[in-house]
Design a protein around this ligand. Sequence first.
Ligand code: NAP
Length: 322
Amino acid sequence: MKVYVSFWLPEAPLNVLREKHEVIVNEKESLPSADELVAQLADADAFLCVGSRVDSSVLDRVGDRLKVIANWGVGYNNIDADYAAGKGIMVTNTPDVLTETTADMAWALLMAVARRVVEADAYVRAGQFQGFKPFAMLGSDVWGKTIGIVGFGRIGQAVGRRALGFGMKVLYYDAVRLSPESEKELSATYVDLDTLVKVSDFVSLHVPLVDDTRHLIDAARLSTMKPTAFLVNAARGPVVDEQALLDALRDGKIAGAGLDVFEREPEVTPGLLELSNVVLAPHIGSGTWETRTNMAHVAVRNIIAALDGETPPNLVNKPSAV
Ligand code: NAP
């Protein structure tokens, strides 16, 4: 059967697919256009989706053979999974294998912005380090502070475990409150979102992008954060109103931000690029060689299961025909 892969992936997982199926990989340096995608999916049985947007206008034009779209990523807001379900197409994702790696990146952003690592690096490179100055380039403490984690699922909890190692108080907000046993095990306290935003020294976002979480952090919420607090977003850009964040940073309503994701990627709201209290990364939360290869292995397993007529391990929708 034919499997289309929309961006280059490591050979090891692709070779597993090739044992059973014909694999066509987009060889370009960029993602296929919607028309190229539709042309490839006209006779494909499976689609290993690496960053492509698959909305209803694409799904209306794919061939009848398409059984599964295996997203290479845990967040699948790039795919209209419900619409796909209506057409009997399974959608799968790649949870778990990227949890710790993405939590590491959120932590890296948090540390970098609090301790001004990027600014300090630029300062030394520019030859400005002329000798130790006791009160130059001071940052904010991380240890012992309060972190508020928004979305306390796999990655949010992994961030919470890291925070405990720094002696931090862990608050969380999630659509569903954990059991008292889990809260005790994770030393985490549930609070409502408004309280979390008000009292936290660090707010770290780990919700999926869905209708309810779009602009969850807006001007109103930013205005209630402490002026000494930092925002970290390694979830999805549109969870934050990026213009409101820029305004809050400029007006000193918050102290800084660490951003791995942006509202209109790859565009970055221009003013952000000029601010020194923001650390920016190009959507590399899961970006280690090991993890991104493992994500491909998981996507491949989902495709093989689906094409074998089984329910794939990471099915996220309920296709009418399954
Ligand atoms: P997860 O285990 O499903 O955790 C997400 C948590 O958010 C769940 O507990 C979920 O609750 C909760 N949630 C959903 N809607 C909510 C709402 N409206 N308000 C409050 N909480 C809500 O997912 P994960 O594996 O931790 O991944 C989280 C997100 O991180 C992904 O969706 C993805 O977008 C992002 N991510 C980014 C990168 C990157 O490269 N920067 C890498 C990996 C993941 P329910 O389970 O009850 O829905």
